[in-house]
Design a protein around this ligand. Sequence first.
Ligand code: COA
Length: 324
Amino acid sequence: MGNIRIIGTGRCLGEKVVSNDDIATIVDTSDQWITSRTGIKERRISISKNTSDLATDAAIKAIKTAEIDVLDLDLIIVATTTPESFTPSTACLVQAKLGAENAVAFDISAACSGFIYSINCARKFLDGIRFKKALVVGAEVLSRIVDWKDRSTCVLFGDGAGAAILEYSEEAGGVIDVYIGSNGSKGKCLNTGRFNIENPFVKSDDVGNHKLSMAGKEVFKFAVNIIPYSVSKVLEENSISLDEIKYIVPHQANYRIVESASKRLKVPMDRFYINLNKYGNTSAASIPIALDEMNEKGMINKGDKIILVGFGGGLTWGAILLQW
Ligand code: COA
């Protein structure tokens, strides 16, 4: 059996830079509060690009760095919580925009863990026969579902997309292991409301609020436990020690969450990659955006082992042990 290697990455961010001071003109907050509680200084908000546009632009860069032809893609998976339509899927929209006519395309909904789930799904498809190359994208326009009147959540999120090209390869390295988990019974603590049944035969009590709401403290507690747990899980199951891991790339939600994981795992902060100060929480996009920045900066070299770790709505979580 071959390996599943990442051979290209890309990213695209919402074009408008929105600072904490800008947010303070919308809700009762301050740069001091947001910075001290989250580490976020600014986020990028989409003005003209919808989910599939951000995803396509990130994909174009990933395809370029992978040096492949778009027609080589056999599979496109887009992880998103904020698709621009129920159907077509964002992945089908991306397929059309790229002209990737040989690819099978579909979306995955696993909130901020979406990229981890999608990599796992793609690696199950990639058999070296029918499926040789996959495009996996995390893409979000969270500004669409954020409640801009709720200061406890609207300060946290941003828009963007990150992409990776995966290839079935005989060469050593790639995805060593993936661990994923879910707990639907805790779904309420991070949700966007629900659509009630509505048709000519039933009276709906749908109040039409489908904005994001969150029990911040509960999610915080979940996050600080699940990061060390997921990281330890992929290490233990593969008999690899933390010392062998060059970087941990966490979902970019909150600096204090990463700090707590750093203490619990006894890994210094400089081995965690952090860019949430610039982009806030971009949900499914945050890990692939980080990966692309690291790749661009030359921070990861062939043979380096890294761990990607995510958590979010659902609740969902997961970690990927990867050899570059
Ligand atoms: N600006 C100013 N004050 C704010 C504020 C804001 N943006 N948001 C909340 N507050 C206030 C609250 O109203 C509260 O005031 P009170 O004490 O008068 O009632 C006070 O700040 C403390 O609020 P609290 O919710 O206890 O703050 P916190 O320390 O738990 O921090 C979060 C809030 C959201 C930053 C934190 O809970 C968190 O990061 N949770 C995880 C969120 C997350 O990462 N979600 C995504 C997972 S994928």
